[in-house]
Write a protein that binds this ligand. Sequence first.
Ligand SMILES: Cc1cc2nc3c(=O)[nH]c(=O)nc-3n(C[C@H](O)[C@H](O)[C@H](O)COP(=O)(O)OP(=O)(O)OC[C@H]3O[C@@H](n4cnc5c(N)ncnc54)[C@H](O)[C@@H]3O)c2cc1C
Length: 511
Amino acid sequence: MAQERVVVIGAGIGGLAAALRLAHAGFDTTVLERASRPGGKMRAVPVGDRAVEAGPTLFTMRWVFEELFADCGAQLAERVSLAPAHLLARHAWSRDERLDLFADIEASAEAIATFAGSREADGYRRFCARSAEVYRTLEGPFIREGRTGPAGLAQRVGLSGLGDLWRIQPFTTLWSALGAYFRDPRLLQLFGRYATYCGASPFTAPATLMLVAHVEQAGVWTVAGGLSGLARAVADLAAERGAMLRYGAEVERILTGGGRVIGVRLTDGTVVAADRVVCNADCAALGAGLLGTEASAAGEHLAPGERSLSAVTICAEAVATGFPLAHHTVFFSRDYRSEFDALLRARRLPDDPTVYICAQDRDAAGAAPQGSERLLMLVNAPADGREKPLTPSETETCERNLIRRVQACGLALDFTSSAVMTTPRDFDALFPGTGGALYGRAAQGWATTFKRAGARTALPGLYLAGGSIHPGPGVPMAAQSGRLAAAAILDDRDSTARSRVVATRGGTSMR
Ligand SMILES: Cc1cc2nc3c(=O)[nH]c(=O)nc-3n(C[C@H](O)[C@H](O)[C@H](O)COP(=O)(O)OP(=O)(O)OC[C@H]3O[C@@H](n4cnc5c(N)ncnc54)[C@H](O)[C@@H]3O)c2cc1C
């Protein structure tokens, strides 16, 4: 039987995971990527003469990659060097208010007791138990299978599981659910920040996002060479398994014929024929018709208010003094509610932003390097990169406010080369159709989860993979979504093959 041809549009982690699995399964697999390298958001930018990670830095749920590699006859640990982090993150509100969270729940509870009293520490222990319960309830249907429909979810958890589903408070916001565990506003802020892991506000995101706490306790790893290196490792393995990866290849149209997908056309006019296409471009690009009108119904058309958050990031080399940066440090704003009101109601950058810094040369224990170090600094921003790009004066103010926030906690930064800033407009240019949104549709209440597309589409032969498809956030879920798209293709191939056999047998018996 001739090899089936699959084209994957985009070498983000979802596209790479799908391509790897399909190439390993014997498909003639071609990845077409408009950028000059694999990884999509998992990218590094040159600063001075070093490469600074400019995308994801927090790596969790390593089992997704272990399974992906194992499915393809390889070992993650042999290809990527990962070190477990004992210290998950440092959090700061002022010079005197600092709190470290650890992978060990009791170590964190003790730190919380010292920081905010034993009542809050007890609340934390109860919170951890609940977040583990939420994780357990959702692991199968939501995380592993990426179920996006209420019926599918209910069917998967079964009648006995419906009680569990109800108990995890899907209809409550994260912020109000946290009130049952914490009184200290700083702790509400710290755990409410988990909503931003999928680009949402804690004041509207569902309480189910508290599962992030459990995911972090299950393990945070630092990746040698950064997460861009992890993406490269997946791309290399896919190439070893026979996938062809073409960079600088931008798809302008998904081609259809006879009611199904027949290939794609690149912007240079080249046509690549395919039996099946996996689209790893953001779902909003499809919805906006950027890949042609025939495929647009498979995507989503999102108004700016429906998009997840964007960010302003600054990649820099600097000498950091006055504050003991950890690998991951968060400097919290004074008033979280007005920060999110500015971002999502007024749709502007807040005057006092929460700042995340990844000090990527510090090991998992936070040991400081000699001299200048590589930093990624990030503040949340509205995803209005297309409609309302930031003006030069707004980006200057943003930089000033960021520095003021970290200085309030004692951190002084002496920049040793020119920094590289990425704004929502830049993210929109890198990831067309998004407006700069980094996680697809915003999680505003439980119902938005059910609006996500899923791996299969109504257009035969077209499948979707990536962060805007899977209902869970971040790198592992985008990769899982690629695995799900590949599994759907394998199923569909097998069921087509089975029906061919049945048809042939039927013909034989009639004769
Ligand atoms: C600053 C930042 C920080 C983050 N922090 C974390 C973190 O700490 N932990 C975490 O888990 N996640 C984090 N994330 C989120 C995570 O990076 C993403 O969820 C994940 O990488 C998305 O993968 P994806 O499969 O959706 O593909 P994407 O990364 O969105 O890539 C899609 C690819 O498709 C290509 N493409 C688009 N259109 C076309 C076309 N027409 N033709 C050809 N190619 C096309 C693009 O060039 C791109 O390479 C962060 C993201 C950002 C930006």
